[in-house]
Design a binder for this molecule. Sequence first.
Ligand code: ADP
Length: 192
Amino acid sequence: MKLLFVGPPGAGKGTQAARVAASLGIPHISTGDMFRHHVSNGTELGLKVDSIMKSGEYVPDEVTVAMLRERIAEPDAQTGFILDGFPRTTGQVAALDGLIGTDGLDAVIVLDVDEDALVERLLARGRADDTEETIRNRFEVYREQTAPLLDVYDRRGVVGHVDGMGDVEEVTGRILTALSDGDATTPPEVGS
Ligand code: ADP
């Protein structure tokens, strides 16, 4: 099963991707984690992306795609994987299509959240960079950046929305149910 997880910052997407991946016995592939791993190990790639990541910019597609291509060629990824943080640009969508085909993803799981409730939760964490304004701005950026990607996958009929509010266990259960019911994977009727 090849899945993509999408969700706003602070919604627990990485946590859910890791839990669902463990439950399905497939790897959780987070390009952000992979880049951070390279940076902390001081690899050649890490040295290249360190300053880009610190500035909050995107790593160039050619670099990201090359890393992803190698990762999904690993033996553990042959039965499937959960992508987290990739694709992030329409160029990356096209690159992924080239790697796994336009029908390669079985489902794109979108974690829906109540934005006001999430703002409350993030403010309660009390991190210095979390003001209501910065949090709302991150949501705005998320919406702008994911909308064109979700349009593409929506047209392919593979997008499934899951309520991302509530306990971690509860949300994991909803995702697994959506996947096994096929709610998240059934293509629309032709002509609908
Ligand atoms: P966030 O902190 O928003 O959860 P991630 O942990 O997924 O983001 O990624 C951290 C950083 O790694 C990004 O800001 C970006 O510089 C880089 N990165 C991760 N995934 C990608 C990608 N698909 N394309 C380009 N850059 C990426």
